[in-house]
Write a protein that binds this ligand. Structure first.
Ligand code: NAP
Length: 249
């Protein structure tokens, strides 16, 4: 029997690692990408192997011209690619719009929005017109910042995620007739190292404390929503942005 495969961008730590772990436990062979976090990628693989799962790390930037093709080819080497999760994301340094550098804006839009769009494009090119073997779906990881706007922190990041949500809604309508579902999860502040990378390691605890639930999410709580969207229980869900944000709107 052909194995079913899931592709997760940005799986070397944080939310991506938790998504990899859940999809492996669900029985998928998983390919995940990363750009530089070799140690983290090794840990993700070790964690998956400990649960008896099959997982492969691929060093591949979503912004590489041939990135989407390479990651999909690596996935199809393992079997029938049926799930794609666009999780890779960056914020750039925290600050007001007046201080942001051009290369930060360009990089954030390129990774978060253009990268996700190019992966989606490559996937639907392969999936459209193929006989449907199983439920096939794409889940994009957005951010509640798409709605709050992240003033004073990273408005450019919020704008990139608003684009991810429009991409999700529009693409879902385009490809529904081909049996492909496209959804997004919109996490609130989650306890990962993304905040330290943005320059404020205490941010998750501080912002989480101001949310209605009074704490940040842990990565597995976001991964649980991503996993659900890939299941047949979500078979009538497409074009949806699912908030997992502790009550922040
Ligand atoms: P994280 O801990 O910094 O992990 C990001 C992952 O993406 C890493 O594996 C990183 O690996 C990879 N990555 C970054 N740029 C990449 C690129 N160009 N190509 C391929 N992989 C790349 O971040 P996280 O907090 O888990 O965030 C995951 C997603 O959730 C992001 O889309 C983020 O915007 C979203 N999100 C996070 C929060 C939060 O509070 N944490 C809230 C809302 C939404 P390398 O460093 O090796 O590239």
């Amino acid at each position: 029997m052909t194995r079913t495969v899931a592709l997760v961008t940005g799986g070397s730590r944080g939310i991506g690692r938790a998504i990899v772990a859940r999809l492996v436990r669900r029985g998928y062979s998983v390919v995940f990408t990363y750009t530089s976090d070799e140690a983290g990628a090794t840990e993700t693989v070790a964690e998956a192997a400990a649960s008896g799962g099959s997982v492969r790390a691929l060093r591949c930037d979503v912004t590489d011209p041939d990135g989407p093709e390479r990651m999909i080819a690596a996935s199809e080497d393992l079997g029938d690619l049926v799930i794609v999760v666009n999780n890779a994301g960056v914020t750039g340094p925290i600050g007001p719009v007046a201080t942001v550098a051009d290369d930060t804006v360009a990089r954030v839009l390129d990774v978060n929005l253009v990268g996700a769009l190019r992966v989606c494009r490559e996937v639907v090119r392969r999936w459209e017109g193929r006989a449907v073997q199983a439920d096939r779906s794409i889940v994009n990881v957005s951010s509640i910042a798409a709605r709050t706007g992240a003033p004073g922190e990273y408005v450019w990041y919020a704008a990139s995620k608003a684009g991810v949500e429009a991409l999700t809604v529009g693409l879902a309508k385009e490809v529904a007739a081909a049996g492909i579902r496209v959804n997004a999860v919109s996490p609130g502040t989650t306890d990962t190292t993304i905040h330290a990378r943005a320059g404020r390691s205490t941010r998750a605890a501080e912002v989480g404390a101001r949310s209605p639930l009074g704490r940040p999410a842990n990565p597995d709580e976001i991964a649980a929503a991503v996993e659900w969207l890939t299941t047949s229980d979500a078979g009538y869900v497409t074009g949806t942005v699912l908030d997992v944000a502790g009550g922040v709107r």
